[in-house]
Design a protein around this ligand. Structure first.
Ligand SMILES: [Zn+2]
Length: 361
C-alpha cells in the first residue's frame, strides 16, 4: 500500500465517526390536524352528531363505520393507528375526562394564532389577530433550525392551507413551504411528484384556500424519500373545513384517513435507514371547537366555549410509552416549540420561548 492510499484511507476512517454522530441526531416530524376536537380524539364519533341529519347525509352508513357502544371502541374505529400502535409506543395527552389537559395560551382560538403559538413557542395576541396573509414577525422553530449551521437546508414544511408561507415567513426564513395549491417546483422531480403536479390542478378542492390533504401528504412523503429533511412540518387541513361546512360525516372520514396517512409516514420512517429509530413524531391541533350549543361544533374562536382546549401526541425516539395520560396534568401548546428545539439540540432563547420543555421520558 502506498502512502497516498494510506493517507486517504485514514482520512476516510477519521471522517466516519462525524458522519455517524450527525446521522444519530434525532429527526423531527411535526404534524397538525386543523381544528380536530379533543372530544373525537378521545371518544370517537359524537352520539349527538353522528345521528343528526342536519350534519350527516347518510346516518346509517356513517354509524356502521364509526359508531360503537363505548368511547374506547369508537375512538379505535375512528383512529385505529393512534389507538392501537401509538397507544402502545407513545403518549396521548388531553383527555379532559381523566384530568389530562392541553390548552392554547393565545386567546384567539383560530388558526394563524394557533400555528404561531405552536411554531414559535409564544402566543402573540397583540400582532397575530387575524388569518390574513401577513408575513409572521415572529420566528418559527423551522426558521431557527434552518438558520442554524447544523440544520441549514434540512428543514421543510407542507401545508394544505395557503397561509402557511406567511405563518412560516418563507421569504425571510428560507424554509421551503409547499402549501395551498402550490405544485412541486424543484428541478429533479420524482415521477410521483410529476404526477401530483398533473393531478392537483384537475382535482377540485371544495375550498378556495385549502387543498385536499392527500396532495399535502404525498408531496411531503416524496420530499422525505428524496431529500431526507431532518425536521419536517406537515399540516393537514381538511378536518377544520369540513367542520365549518357542517359536514360531520366528511369531518370523521377525513380524521380517519389522516390517521392512516400518519401510519404511512411512521412506517416509512421505520423502513428508511436515515430515519429508523432516530425519529420523533409530535402531533397536535391549532385549536378546538365548541360543544354547547350543539351547532358550535362547527366553529371556534374566542367566543366559542371550549375552543382553546386541544390535545398532544408524541411517539418515537426518546418518548417513553405511557399510552393515554390518565392523571391530572396541564400542558400548553407553547411548550411544543421549546421541546422540539431541545430535541434538535438548538439553543433556546427564554425571552422568546418562555415555556417549559415537555418531559417525554
Ligand atoms: Zn377554522
Amino acid at each position: 500500500m502506498n502512502t497516498k492510499i494510506l493517507v486517504s484511507l485514514l482520512l476516510l476512517l477519521s471522517s466516519v465517526p462525524e458522519v455517524y454522530s450527525q446521522e444519530d441526531n434525532t429527526k423531527v416530524v411535526l404534524i397538525t390536524l386543523d381544528g380536530f376536537r379533543w372530544q373525537e380524539m378521545f371518544s370517537g364519533a359524537d352520539p349527538q352528531l353522528i345521528t343528526n341529519r342536519e350534519y350527516v347525509h347518510d346516518t346509517t352508513a356513517l354509524k356502521k363505520r364509526f359508531w360503537r357502544e363505548t368511547p374506547e371502541e369508537r375512538r379505535k374505529a375512528l383512529l385505529p393507528f393512534i389507538w392501537s400502535e401509538i397507544y402502545e409506543i407513545g403518549q396521548i395527552h388531553g383527555n379532559r375526562a381523566l384530568g389530562s389537559k392541553v390548552d392554547l395560551t393565545n386567546t384567539m382560538w383560530f388558526s394563524y394564532p394557533g400555528y404561531n403559538e405552536i411554531l414559535t413557542g409564544k402566543a402573540d395576541d397583540k400582532r397575530i389577530v387575524s388569518n390574513d396573509k401577513i408575513p409572521n414577525p415572529n420566528k418559527t422553530i423551522l426558521e431557527l433550525a434552518n438558520k442554524s449551521v447544523r440544520y441549514n437546508n434540512k428543514v421543510s414544511a407542507f401545508g394544505s392551507w395557503d397561509v402557511f408561507p406567511f405563518i412560516i415567513n418563507e421569504g425571510r426564513s428560507g424554509v421551503p413551504v409547499n402549501a395551498g395549491f402550490e405544485i412541486a417546483k424543484e428541478e429533479n422531480l420524482t415521477e410521483r411528484e410529476k404526477f401530483l403536479n398533473q393531478l392537483q390542478p384537475i382535482v377540485p378542492s371544495p375550498w378556495s384556500t385549502v387543498r385536499l390533504d392527500a396532495f399535502t401528504h404525498h408531496y411531503a412523503i416524496e420530499e422525505m424519500k428524496k431529500n431526507h429533511p431532518e425536521f419536517i412540518y406537515i399540516s393537514y387541513g381538511e378536518t377544520d373545513d369540513f367542520a365549518h361546512d357542517g359536514d360531520y360525516g366528511a369531518y370523521l372520514k377525513s380524521a380517519h384517513t389522516t390517521d392512516a396517512l400518519i401510519r404511512e409516514l411512521w412506517n416509512f420512517t421505520q423502513s428508511d435507514g436515515f430515519y429508523k429509530n432516530k425519529t420523533v413524531f409530535m402531533i397536535t391541533t391549532d385549536h378546538g371547537r365548541g360543544t354547547k350549543p350543539l351547532d358550535t361544533w362547527k366553529s371556534h374562536g374566542g367566543d366559542i366555549v371550549g375552543a382553546g382546549s386541544v390535545w398532544f401526541i408524541a411517539f418515537g425516539k426518546g418518548v417513553s410509552p405511557k399510552g393515554e395520560i390518565k392523571n391530572e396534568k396541564q400542558l400548553f401548546s407553547n411548550q411544543i416549540a421549546p421541546t422540539i428545539m431541545n430535541v434538535l439540540g438548538l439553543k433556546i432563547d427564554k425571552d422568546k420561548m418562555p415555556a417549559d420543555i415537555l418531559d417525554l421520558n
